[in-house]
Design a protein around this ligand. Structure first.
Ligand code: SF4
Length: 626
């Protein structure tokens, strides 16, 4: 019987080998390099054990030469990792293959195969039928073996359409990406991208909760892709899940909006930035700004809910930006935007080596204006990151306070108001914002017809009954998870402290260095001081906040820190003469992109411990997107 061959599209999952004489080899001697490379790859995935004790290996000797010690993990040895996103993109364009760094973030076993093959090919020639063959890449044999558990969000397929953008925003974050960022843009031909999306679709299984491992880079404008509708239509045959599409709006013509309406449920994050045609043109180089601006009433008409996204870039001046923010918010409110999302601006050192504006002036001024606007706007306005607003204005963190209600939502219709603080949900006491969000989501998922909400309003407690079936546009059951209630971000989950206590107890640590972030530090400190888990005081917890040297500029988000930032912070801390901790704990969120705990450069977190010589544990926590 003829052997069944793999579907032809599976060949898109192929990767290049780096076989130049030097390549990424640390040692000139090929056998030494073969061993080093194999050991490095293995030690990034597994820990050797002797007599039931874990061993920290960092070098090796050859049995034929028992004198020389060879390092395994020196940065020099890992220089192949420093290949820039640009070099990778060039190589990739030439070979039509996948980006190994993107893939390795999510699936390091591919990098393992690559490293082993490259090392072996320095020692052996491969032969076919008596002839030497030159190999310059490899592909994954059976893609079914590379499926991973997945929530099967449709963006896992159509996100690969977003490799380009037809706008050129003066604040585009993609322009300021560090060269060693692993999340390169997957530049292939449009047909190559379509082939990849169709292959992913083939293995996309919402019923089984599985999909092909991701290897997503930065996502630009997916609606620009010539095959996007084909992909979305095929996806709709497989899943009823919401298509959450971020778009700059340049292509939201009446025809395109109708096409998207036929694919509901669809939710758009529309980067409007300004409702003024001239300012939108100045900010985004949009030659036809009317299309995006006119899209808001069109989306309303076609029943597609959308978030209006605004980056308040202080251009030409802060007062000018604030004025425009007010009019853009009013415009979005007038056209029943689901929410208005104000993304506080930032830039890396690669974006500009000069200071472009004073963040300590722009952020507070923007947040202050948003708070004024909330008073006269029915649409909820959220600031991203929400913890910035909380740190500026809320002495007490993590309160389940309502900052807005989606228009026509069950909560709005039941009479809940901005400023209400949630005390109870369906009889359960609410102590924090994450808890409120969790309970709201549970109530909604339970398909209950009504819910009881107790709130504190103007010092008095008030009981309200919410009819969960009473809503209309822009609220949608498939989009909203919290009855239409909007709060100041996700907040700090108190459960993280239980995990921290567990780690400390397991490691029997007495002096802990906890590496937090500028935004989360205040909430973490409040939770720590109030927690009975740490009341005895027998553990000394020192909190430090690493600087973001990797992105530089004015970027300070904790989730954008990389391994080297943590190492620099720890070394600096120790050099100041601080007591040496016996344990370092780091939130896992900067390593959350895949399941393999790699940072944004693809470097494994284990390198921190190797470099500073103190045990490092990750505290499992979610990425705080808002
Ligand atoms: S729309 Fe987004 S991806 Fe495109 S230039 Fe603007 S910020 Fe960059």
């Amino acid at each position: 019987m003829a052997k069944k061959s793999a579907p032809s599209n599976d060949s898109v999952f192929r990767y290049p080998l780096l076989l130049e004489p030097d390549g990424n080899a640390a040692y000139q001697d090929s056998l030494t390099e073969l061993i080093r490379s194999q050991l490095a790859s293995i030690l990034n995935l597994a820990i050797p054990i002797a007599n039931n004790k874990e061993l920290k290996i960092d070098s090796f000797k050859l049995l034929r030469d028992r004198e020389t010690i060879y390092g395994i993990f020196s940065r020099e040895a890992e220089k192949g990792q420093a290949e820039s996103a640009g070099d990778r993109a060039g190589h990739q364009a030439k070979t039509g293959s996948q980006d190994i760094k993107n893939a390795a973030l999510y699936e390091p076993r591919i990098e393992f195969i690559k490293a082993q093959l490259e090392s072996l090919l320095r020692v052996v020639n491969l032969e076919k039928g008596g002839n030497t063959v030159d190999v310059d890449g490899f592909r994954l044999k059976n893609l079914k073996d590379w499926l991973v558990p997945s929530a099967c969000d449709p963006i896992e397929v159509f996100g690969y359409a977003g490799a380009r953008c037809d706008a050129d925003c003066i604040f585009c974050y993609n322009r300021g990406n560090p060269p060693s960022l692993a999340l390169g843009v997957l530049r292939k031909s449009a047909s190559g991208e379509l082939q990849e999306m169709m292959t992913r679709l083939n293995y996309f299984s919402p019923v089984g909760g599985q999909s092909l491992f991701p290897s997503m880079g930065s996502i630009y404008e997916v609606l620009m892709h010539p095959g996007i509708l084909t992909v979305l239509r095929k996806l709709r045959e497989k899943t009823p899940a919401v298509f959450r599409i971020a778009t700059n709006g340049t292509l939201l013509t009446p025809r395109r909006v109708s096409q998207l309406a036929a694919l509901q449920p669809v939710y758009l994050y529309l980067s409007l930035n300004s409702a003024s045609p001239s300012r939108r043109h100045k900010l985004m180089k949009d030659r036809n700004p009317g299309v995006a601006i006119n899209a808001l009433p069109l989306l309303r008409k076609k029943g597609i809910p959308y978030a209006t996204v605004i980056v308040p870039w202080p251009f030409d001046s802060l007062p000018e930006m604030l004025e425009d923010l007010s009019s853009t918010v009013a415009y979005a409110d007038q056209h029943d935007s689901h929410i208005i999302q104000v993304n506080l601006p930032g830039y890396s050192k690669y974006f500009s080596s000069e200071k472009l504006y004073d963040l300590d002036e722009v952020w507070p001024a923007t947040v202050a204006r948003v708070r004024e606007l909330r008073e006269k706007t029915s649409t909820p306005i959220v600031v991203m990151p929400g913890m910035a607003e909380e740190n500026y204005y809320e002495e007490r963190k993590n309160r389940p306070k309502i900052i807005g209600l989606v228009k026509n939502s069950p909560a709005a219709r039941a009479g809940l108001r901005k400023g209400d603080e949630i005390l109870e949900l369906s009889g359960l006491t609410v102590g924090s914002r994450p808890q409120a969000r969790h309970l709201l989501a549970m109530i909604q998922e339970s398909k209950a017809a009504t819910a009881k909400v107790t709130v504190k309003r103007e010092g008095r407690s008030l009981n309200l009954s919410v009819n969960l079936r009473d809503f209309s546009y822009p609220y949608s059951e498939s989009i909203d998870r919290h009855m239409g209630i909007v709060m100041m971000g996700t907040g700090f989950q108190l459960g993280y402290l239980e995990k921290l206590r567990g780690i400390i107890d397991t490691c029997q640590a007495k002096r802990v260095l906890f590496l937090s972030s500028t935004l989360v530090r205040h909430s973490f400190e409040q939770a720590l001081v109030e927690s009975p888990l740490f009341a005895s005081g027998e553990v000394d917890i020192d909190i430090q906040v690493p600087r973001n040297n990797f992105f530089g500029g004015n970027i300070f988000m904790g989730d954008l820190l990389v391994v080297q930032d943590f190492i620099d912070c720890i070394k600096e801390h120790l050099e100041k003469g601080s007591k040496r901790p016996d344990l370092i704990v780091i939130p896992s969120s900067p390593f959350n992109l895949g399941n393999w705990k790699r940072d944004l450069t693809g470097r494994v977190y284990l390198d921190i411990e190797r470099e500073v010589g103190i045990p490092v544990e990750l505290l499992d926590c979610e990425t705080i997107y808002d």
